[in-house]
Structure formats: structure tokens, C-alpha cells
Design a protein around this ligand. Structure first.
Ligand SMILES: [Zn+2]
Length: 267
């Protein structure tokens, strides 16, 4: 009957239409008195019921709704039960039965309509939420892909802008995100290397730990190179970055001299 300690919409709808057993009704009433969430739900259902009374649209039944309602009806006290109470003014017993039947049919129809409305609403809400997240994710990953494409495309033009007419010098720009171990390096005007050599980038930790190798790179004919997301440990605060020239397969420790270096700004 309850989900996470709360009443389900079906139970609240039944209660709203006085379709619960007296015991159930007492439970629901007690819970509503101290649960704002169920109270809000109950008020929504009540207003939905009012709407249903004014206009009932035809929808296919949600799966299991009919059986659940039939089961629920089976739990209701038999309509003949009130016969035990001796009426003060005796009326034909047929009449109470005749009143009960249309009420229960109306209740079935109204409840089904309410359930359909609720199921429909919540499914559409979920779908809208999912669609939004998927669109968001697609947009994010499309953007990330574009960034990578531009950075790494062999035909991309890498231009370093300098003041005046300074001769082009080797320049590299590293973007580093310690919390994710993410690093992107963009290098320009790098001198050519013999076939058995490579440039290697180093992360120099601020805690004095040994330099961490952050990948090797060789410039293209124009002297450009990039290094995108090399394998790095997460959470290493960097004091500086350096580039050395190493043997072609790279080295676990830097070989001096450091030919390029940059100090990370302290935040
Ligand atoms: Zn509740």
C-alpha cells in the first residue's frame, strides 16, 4: 500500500472517492494529517477528480490498473453488510443496493480516469526530463568533441600571436585540471628532432614529489604539436610544467636540461 512510507496515488484516489475500507480510510486520514507530501498529492487528486467530473476523456487503460481496482473492490465490505443495522424507518432493501451499484460504477470510471491522468502525467514528465538530459548530454559531448577536433586535427593551423616582430620561439601552453588529472598541451614553433628523440612533458608536483611523466610528443613539419589528456594521476597539485628531450620511447625520469618550463599560478 505504501511506497517509502507514503500512500500510493491509487490509495489516495480511492480515499478521495470514499472507496477505501474504514480501516484504510483511518490510516490514510492519520497519515495525511502529518504528511505534507501526501497531502499535496491528495489535493491534486481531489482537483483531478473535480476535473474528471466535468470532462472525461477516453484513454486506453494503464497496465494492471483494471485488475488492481478489481482486487480493491473485492476487499471492500459487501454492499449487503449495512443490512445488519436495523433502520429506524424501514425502506425496501432493494433501494440501497440500487443506489450502491451506480455509485460503484461511477467510482470505477472516475478512478480509472484519474489513474489514467496521473499515469499519463508522470510518464510524460519522466519522458520530458529524460529528453532534456539526453539533449543536454549530447550538446555537452558534441562541444567537447569539437574542442578536441580543433586541437588535434592535423590540418588545424596553429598560430602564435606576439607583440612586435619577435622571431618565432618555441612556445607551449598547458591547461591542467588537477582534480581530474586532465591536461592539454599545445605547442608551437618546436624545433625538429632526430628520429630517435622525442619531446616529453613533465608535471612537477608542488609537494616536492618526483616529476611525473605526462606524455611524449613530436612536432609536425610546421613545428606544431599537441598532447591531449595523457594518463595522469588525479589530484596532483602542480608547481610547474617542463619539457625535456628524451629517447624516442620516452623516459620515466626527466633528462636535463629542461628546454621549456612554465610555473603554475598559485591560487
Ligand atoms: Zn506521505
Amino acid at each position: 500500500m505504501t511506497t517509502g512510507g507514503h500512500f500510493e496515488q491509487e490509495d489516495l484516489a480511492l480515499y478521495a472517492m470514499h472507496g477505501s475500507t474504514p480501516a484504510e480510510a483511518a490510516l490514510v486520514r492519520a497519515h495525511l494529517a502529518e504528511c505534507p507530501a501526501c497531502q499535496a498529492e491528495f489535493e491534486k487528486i481531489s482537483s483531478d477528480l473535480a476535473m474528471v467530473a466535468m470532462s472525461v476523456e477516453q484513454h486506453p487503460l494503464p497496465e494492471g490498473a483494471r485488475q488492481r481496482f478489481i482486487d480493491r473492490l473485492a476487499d471492500l465490505p459487501a454492499p449487503a453488510a449495512p443490512v445488519e443495522v436495523v433502520p429506524i424507518r424501514s425502506e425496501p432493501p432493494k433501494r440501497s443496493a440500487a443506489i450502491f451499484i451506480p455509485w460503484s460504477i461511477a467510482a470505477v470510471m472516475a478512478l480509472v480516469a484519474v489513474l489514467l491522468g496521473l499515469a499519463n502525467n508522470s510518464v510524460q514528465h519522466e519522458l520530458a526530463k529524460d529528453n532534456y538530459l539526453i539533449a543536454q548530454f549530447a550538446a555537452d559531448s558534441q562541444h567537447a568533441q569539437k574542442v578536441l577536433d580543433v586541437l588535434t586535427a592535423p590540418e588545424a593551423q596553429h598560430v602564435v600571436l606576439t607583440a612586435g616582430k619577435a622571431a618565432p620561439v618555441p612556445t607551449a601552453r598547458a591547461v591542467y585540471l588537477a582534480s581530474r588529472g586532465g591536461l592539454i598541451l599545445e605547442a608551437s614553433n618546436m624545433g625538429p628532432l632526430p628520429a630517435d628523440k622525442t619531446y616529453e612533458l613533465w608535471v612537477i608536483p608542488s609537494n616536492g614529489a618526483p616529476s611525473i611523466p605526462a606524455g611524449t610528443f613530436r612536432p609536425d613539419a610546421s613545428g606544431n604539436a599537441s598532447l591531449v589528456l595523457p594518463d595522469l594521476p588525479v589530484g596532483v597539485q602542480a608547481k610547474a610544467f617542463g619539457v625535456t628531450i628524451e629517447r624516442a620511447e620516452g623516459s620515466p625520469t626527466p633528462t636535463l636540461p629542461i628546454i621549456m618550463a612554465g610555473v603554475a599560478p598559485t591560487s
